[in-house]
Design a protein around this ligand. Structure first.
Ligand code: S3P
Length: 168
């Protein structure tokens, strides 16, 4: 069962595009952050501030592994940090999944992440953080990606169409 997995930086549009692609393909959508919030009954920010990042990352791994193990073909909007763990990268590479890296210029991300309540990492200096994060994470997204779709100067609908063209 080939899952379609969207990876990429915070603000790139994984959840929005994921919803569109899932609707078009008539597949369930698994959104990591939503899964974690549903499962724990707590917000990402709450988990982050009371238990810390490592607890959040462990939950992120659990939800990714679970979503990849689902027998039904799905669309998975993986949270931005999912590529940080080697275990997650191996799971993505070993699964029957088509992994698409949604890529954006950091200037575009900076505009889009305003008001992101579930993104404690961006509380201070969002622009500088995103720039550093992009440098650190780009090779990791590249490592797991079967395809790269640029979102720059494209509406979410156009990005969804590009994802469907390349990967569905
Ligand atoms: C994170 C991305 C966020 C959320 C958390 C950490 C990251 O999800 O999981 O704030 O490390 O990139 P989105 O990519 O859906 O914004």
């Amino acid at each position: 069962m080939t899952h379609l997995v969207l990876v990429g930086m915070m603000g790139v549009g994984k959840s929005t595009v994921g919803r569109m692609v899932a609707a078009e393909l008539d597949r369930p959508l698994f959104d990591s952050d939503d899964m974690i919030e549903e499962r724990t009954g707590r917000s990402v920010r709450e988990i982050w501030s009371t238990d810390g990042e490592s607890v959040f990352r462990a939950l992120e791994t659990d939800t990714l592994i679970e979503a990849l193990a689902e027998p039904e073909q799905s669309v998975i909007a993986a949270a931005g940090g999912v590529v940080l763990s080697e275990q997650n990268r191996e799971a993505l590479q070993g699964a029957d999944a088509h992994v698409v890296w949604l890529m954006a210029d950091v200037d575009v991300l900076v505009e889009r992440v305003r008001n992101g309540v579930h993104r404690p990492l961006l509380d201070d200096d969002p622009e500088g953080t995103l720039r550093r994060m992009f440098v650190d994470r780009a090779p990791l997204y590249q490592e797991v990606a079967d395809a790269i779709v640029s979102v720059d100067n494209r509406s979410a609908h156009d990005v969804a169409r590009a994802v469907l063209r390349c990967c569905a």
